[in-house]
Ligand binder design. Structure first.
Ligand SMILES: C[S@@+](CC[C@H](N)C(=O)[O-])C[C@H]1O[C@@H](n2cnc3c(N)ncnc32)[C@H](O)[C@@H]1O
Length: 271
């Protein structure tokens, strides 16, 4: 869940620069995720081995096809998937810092020229219609200021019949910001013209964050030395605010599909 806000470019830039510098913050994430931590991905998200496996199995991509990673950050999730599936990759992110760091990592995963990263937003990716054979988005779409517009853009770039797999969160009754009138992600995706193939709950995600919050608190003094008082206060506030509302929140992995064009009547063979 991670109740921080990365919807502003400056905040996202700062976040990626801090994560790229490694150090204690990264080690604590690794410790919190334990066996589920995909070290080479170095996610800035709740990406785990289980999520990667689920994405591989649901995208159904063939070698050479194009995978698009929306809100790619430092690129690890998309790069790992593109290598595993032998696809090409385009990563799009709001953060120029994230995009630059992702581009610098590309050849650790893929041959030169197989991946590129560009600045863009969920609502305006800068990609052509129906270009993507698959789309992933890891813990990123919830930052879209206009979720409907983001899903319409996702539907526009998917080629007919292609799938998108993405993680999102939803507030449940009891959450202080729960709004019964707010449509869920599956409903929003359907409104954008996408077919919802699967909606998988990720109950294990909450435990990852809870372990991380505990570790932040245990290592407060070292964090103050490493990232400064202000940044440390911020993570501790996040921990305090997020912990009590976690049971009123659910994490989902959604698979949606762009509808394939309707088939016309079988053509009549000329004699
Ligand atoms: C929690 S990070 C996840 C990064 C990456 N997917 C990963 O798994 O490591 C969320 C990402 O969403 C990006 N983001 C936030 N708002 C965005 C927007 N409107 N359009 C595109 N990217 C956005 C942020 O810059 C950040 O890289």
């Amino acid at each position: 869940m991670g109740d921080f806000d990365l919807s502003l470019r400056e905040d996202a830039d700062r976040f990626h620069a801090a994560r790229a510098s490694g150090g204690l913050q990264l080690r604590l994430v690794e410790q919190a995720f334990g066996e589920e931590y995909p070290a080479q991905v170095e996610p800035s998200s709740s990406c785990t081995w289980s999520v990667l496996a689920e994405m591989v199995r649901r995208l159904r991509l063939a070698p050479g096809e194009l995978l698009v990673d929306l809100g790619c950050g430092r690129g690890g999730t998309g790069l790992w998937l593109a290598r595993a599936l032998a696809t090409r990759l385009i990563g799009v992110d709001l953060s120029p810092v994230g995009v630059k760091l992702a581009a610098a990592r590309a050849t650790d995963f893929l041959p030169e020229g197989r991946a590129r990263f560009q600045v863009g937003t969920f609502e305006s990716t800068g990609l052509p219609d129906a270009c993507a054979d698959g789309v992933v988005s890891m813990d990123a779409l919830p930052f879209a200021p206009d979720r409907e517009a983001a899903l319409r853009e996702l539907a526009r770039i998917l080629r007919p019949g292609a799938r998108a797999v993405f993680t999102v969160g939803e507030r449940l009754p009891g959450h202080p910001r729960y709004d019964p009138a707010e449509p869920g992600w599956a409903e929003r995706a359907a409104r954008a013209g996408l077919l919802v193939e699967a909606e998988l709950e990720r109950p294990e995600e909450a435990a990852l964050w809870l372990r991380l919050y505990e570790l932040w608190e245990q290592h407060e003094a070292e964090l103050r030395v490493e990232i400064g008082d202000e940044a440390t206060e911020q993570v501790l506030i996040e921990a305090r605010q997020a912990r009590p509302v976690m049971r009123h929140h659910r994490s989902l992995l959604l698979t949606v599909r762009a509808s394939a064009p309707a088939r016309g009547p079988a053509s009549v063979q000329a004699p």
